[in-house]
Design a protein around this ligand. Structure first.
Ligand code: ADP
Length: 437
């Protein structure tokens, strides 16, 4: 069987031969050859132009059959067209399945560009945010969800922990929103209805706040009587001195616990601390250090910046005093504690470091839980109740800051509080320009 080239060249040769013979018959073989050549060319050109017209037609037109080399070319195109059609069908079915499954998700999913423009969203997101396909595609998500906590979260670049915000559609409803980047230019916003969870957590903190508040009054009465009995010179009470002292100490401890529980409930009640008053962290460190002047442990304070934090004085004081008091309580006598305040690339950092007991790696993530105490079983009673670091964590979160703990059992610990740039200012009217970290 002759090859395709053989057949093509053969048919051209036959046409040329006929043209040559007919030309010779009429007196010019050359003209006959030229005419035959032109006919061959015109036929191929005609086929090419009609193929181009078929392929560029908008509607689906069947590629015609042909003969010779064209039969093969057209069959090849038809085969490729069928393959593309099959792939398209498969792709369409897959897309439909993906759409159906994302629409079946109870969580809202919004696909965003890196500019936070809405690309697509599922049915749950549509319900949760009241989105409309035609109207909202291409809109920036922060134009639709304007809650300050969400806007801050979006710009923060740290999407580890979801942000909780009031539902824009349901009164008393709450949503948790988390951003999950999945490529250079796209990210998913995952929304979850956390109304029930938030309601229960509010009930719990309200209950703790109310119970702590109510328990303070009877405790004050009991402490008052204990004080009076301790100082009473009555002989009958002399034998009771030791138990009375013990009871007073426990009453004081209980009072401290109630105060800390109340402080924690207050911190939990609102999401962000005000940011209109600058707080001088350097000064708080110096003042707190002075409280331990008579302690055998020495505190070295390194205040490297005049930068101040926009926030609540009492909360920031409680952060510094809790961390320094822990470093003192969990370090041996005569050891050294280092406290520093400096500017870093992302803002400013408060660091409290000791060479004390240290904490084992499995306990580190649990330190900020309420009532968690590593040394429950250890001989030395620190007198703490396990609420200090929970207060530190909440107070920091309200200032957009977070706590980083590095520790090695038996070798000491480092507690670093990282404050974001937007909370850091130079002292008012000092004319100081803060160096960029
Ligand atoms: P507490 O009132 O018990 O000190 P905290 O919440 O402040 O409560 O701390 C929780 C636990 O973390 C402490 O009981 C202690 O075991 C551990 N801890 C805190 N700070 C330090 C530290 N600087 N070194 C070693 N352990 C620490």
């Amino acid at each position: 069987m002759p090859s395709i080239w053989g057949r093509v060249l053969g048919s051209i040769a036959v046409t040329l031969a006929i043209g040559g013979i007919v030309g010779a018959y009429f007196g010019s073989m050359l003209i006959g050859l030229l005419v035959a050549m032109s006919i061959v060319l015109a036929l191929h050109l005609y086929r090419l132009i009609s193929l181009e017209a078929t392929l560029s037609a908008r509607k689906r037109v069947r590629v015609p059959d042909g003969d010779g080399i064209w039969a093969r070319v057209l069959a090849g195109i038809r085969y490729q067209q069928q393959r593309v059609r099959r792939h398209k069908g498969r792709h369409r079915r897959l897309m439909k399945e993906v759409r159906q499954s994302t629409n079946a998700l109870p969580d809202g999913v919004v696909a965003l560009t890196d500019d936070n423009e809405i690309q697509r969203f599922n049915a749950a997101a549509q319900l949760m945010l009241g989105l409309k396909r035609r109207r909202d595609r291409g809109q920036r998500i922060d134009n639709l969800l304007r809650h300050p906590d969400f806007v801050n979260y979006l710009g923060s670049g740290d999407y580890e922990v979801p942000v909780i915000l009031p539902s824009p559609r349901r009164e008393d409803g709450w949503l948790s929103a988390r951003l999950v980047p999945y490529s250079q230019e796209s990210r998913l916003l995952i929304l979850r209805d956390v109304t029930e969870r938030t309601r229960l957590s509010r009930m719990r903190s309200d209950f703790v706040a109310n119970a702590s508040h109510e328990l303070r009054t009877p405790l004050t009465v009991i402490s008052g009587y204990l004080d009076a009995m301790e100082t009473d010179a009555d002989d009958a009470l002399r034998a009771w001195q030791k138990p009375l002292r013990e009871m007073t100490q426990q009453a004081l401890r209980m009072r401290a616990m109630l105060d800390e529980l109340l402080a924690l409930s207050k911190l939990e009640a609102s999401a962000a601390a005000s940011n209109d008053k600058p707080v001088d962290i350097g000064m708080i460190i110096r003042e707190t250090k002075a409280l331990y002047d008579n302690d055998t442990r020495s505190i070295e304070a390194k205040i490297e910046t005049v930068a101040q934090v926009l926030g609540e004085y009492t909360e920031l004081t409680s952060v510094v005093s809790n961390l320094i008091s822990n470093a003192v309580r969990y370090s041996p006598e005569d050891s050294q504690i280092r406290v520093s305040w400096r500017q870093v690339e992302s803002g400013a950092e408060l660091c409290v470091e000791d060479d004390g007991d240290g904490i084992s790696p499995e306990d580190v993530p649990r330190l900020t839980e309420r009532f968690f105490r590593v040394n429950r079983g250890r001989g030395r009673d620190s007198g703490g109740v396990g609420l200090g670091l929970a207060i530190v964590k909440h107070a920091l979160a309200r200032h957009g800051a977070y706590l980083k703990i590095d520790s090695e059992l038996g070798h000491g610990s480092q507690f670093r509080c990282l404050f974001p740039e937007e909370r850091i200012v130079a002292p008012e009217a000092s004319g100081v320009r803060l160096p960029q970290g």
